[in-house]
Ligand binder design. Structure first.
Ligand code: PFF
Length: 443
């Protein structure tokens, strides 16, 4: 199959696709509510610390493994070393399955809310009523599952078309649109009367909120937000031309992801404070308080539709990268045709998402490890599987295949990387030890 493997056609196309993977619900929906729950600025600082100290290095490691091997994560580990290391790739494919199953449920909510915003959701500005409406919607046994199906269909449709005409073209158009929408909404939020309190909350750290659970959440979120630890960036790197500078690309993608998370904080938290809502409201923050905010501003329904379209776009470009890990595996390793691989894995992921959706309603009483199915999936993937993947990817690059991934003649990083010594130390010691420490103290 390797002869017909797709490729990104330009460096910018690659960076936008990888940034499209990184920038998603994690940045715009999860990050503001996690910051809201975990002391605002304190969470921001710890999160940024993890991004810089670990995230950037793991991203480079994934890009390098991918481009060097031109394979999906399972094939990449098998090709470079094989043996037990292959299990890291298998775990990545499995994690992609799990994340996309619940991610697509929330992706469906964003589509539903774009529709609802256009059809009168913002008519009532009462946060209680909006909260009840949100609870009723996500708890409904049918409606959110239909939107989950629609969202999966869109994801399948893009990925079935391949790398350049599917993923790259979609991200090249949608990512700039997303950025413009975000700027417009940031300006709107920051110019509301009373916005300054939200800015202060976001920027002034309250370190009394720092504890083990919060540090685990910040690390898990760093991995989730950068799409690291499951081979997404190995997969995207495998479609990348030899000429692209990998450390530069990693820096670009990490910076764009961080910029957009911080912008999302500036879009949501000032608005929440301006209207006296609770920043610790959790997952509902985006879907309850923001419609309430929109209902109170001129052209609110317009901004509401804009916002949820933005969220849907961000979610879609991430979802395609999640399913691409599974699809690349099926195409490379099993020789299955791309459209068929996309459709069959998409259907399986859709089915796995159903209990996540139902766990927010009629299956509320069933718990896994003390959590509802949806929360259990999220916790398992974000706080356990991704960081564990990160440990092994770092160790693998730092100790086992360092020379191979550096070899520029074979698609590795090549000469001219100034921080190679530091990167190696991070991969060998700092990242694995820090992640292991956080994981263990979190459990
Ligand atoms: N990074 C995406 C987000 O922040 O929403 C989610 C994600 C995509 C996680 C791809 C993991 C992944 F492999």
């Amino acid at each position: 199959m390797s002869g017909v493997r797709g490729q990104f056609t330009t460096r910018a196309g690659f960076i936008l696709a990888a940034a499209g993977s990184a920038v998603g619900l994690g940045n715009i929906w999860k990050f503001p509510y996690l910051a809201g729950q975990n002391g605002g600025g304190a969470f921001l600082i710890i999160y940024l610390g993890f991004i810089l100290s670990i995230g950037l290095s793991v991203m480079l490691a994934e890009f390098a493994i991918g481009r060097r091997t031109k394979r999906n994560p399972v094939g990449a580990f098998r090709h470079l070393k094989g043996g037990a290391w292959t299990a890291i790739g298998v775990m990545g494919v499995f994690t992609g399955f799990i994340i996309l199953s619940f991610y697509s449920v929330v992706g469906g909510w964003t589509v539903a809310y774009a529709v609802k915003s256009a059809t009168g959701l913002m008519a009532s500005g009462d946060a209680k009523a909006l909260g009840a409406a949100f609870g009723a919607f996500i708890g409904d046994p049918v409606e959110p599952i239909i939107y989950h199906a629609l969202f999966m269909l869109a994801t399948i449709a893009v990925v079935a078309r391949g790398i350049d005409t599917g993923i790259e073209r979609t991200c090249r158009v949608l990512m700039p649109v997303l950025f413009i929408l975000l700027v417009v909404l940031c300006v709107r939020s920051l110019t509301l009367p009373g916005a300054a309190k939200g800015v202060a909350f976001f920027l002034s750290p309250d370190f009394s909120k720092v504890d083990g659970a919060m540090i685990t959440a910040a690390l898990g979120h760093a991995f989730f937000s950068l799409s690291l630890g499951m081979g997404t960036m190995i997969t995207y790197g495998s479609y990348l031309a030899r000429t692209t500078n990998l450390p530069g690309a990693a820096l670009w993608v990490t910076s764009l992801d961080t910029l957009i998370a911080v912008m999302a904080g500036f879009m949501i938290l000032p608005a929440v404070f301006a209207f006296g809502f609770d920043p610790g409201a959790g997952p509902g923050l985006t879907f309850i308080t923001l419609p309430a905010v929109f209902s109170k501003i001129p052209f609110g329904a317009f901004f509401g539709v804009l916002f949820f379209v933005l969220l849907a776009v961000a979610a879609l470009t991430s979802a395609i990268s999640l399913i691409e890990v599974v699809v690349a595996y099926l195409v490379d390793e099993k020789g299955i045709a791309r459209p068929k691989a996309a459709l069959s894995s998409g259907i399986a992921i859709f089915l796995l998402g159903i209990p996540s959706s139902l766990s927010l309603g009629i299956w509320n009483d069933y718990t896994v490890a003390g959590k509802g199915f949806f929360d259990a999936m999220d916790y398992l993937a974000s706080n356990i599987l991704l960081p564990t993947g990160g440990i092994f990817i770092s160790l693998f690059v730092g100790w086992v295949v360092f020379d191979k991934v550096m070899d520029g003649n074979q698609g590795g990083i090549g000469d001219g990387f100034r921080y190679v010594g530091l990167w190696r130390i991070i991969c060998r010691y700092i990242a694995p030890l820090a992640i292991a420490w956080v994981l263990i103290s979190g459990l």
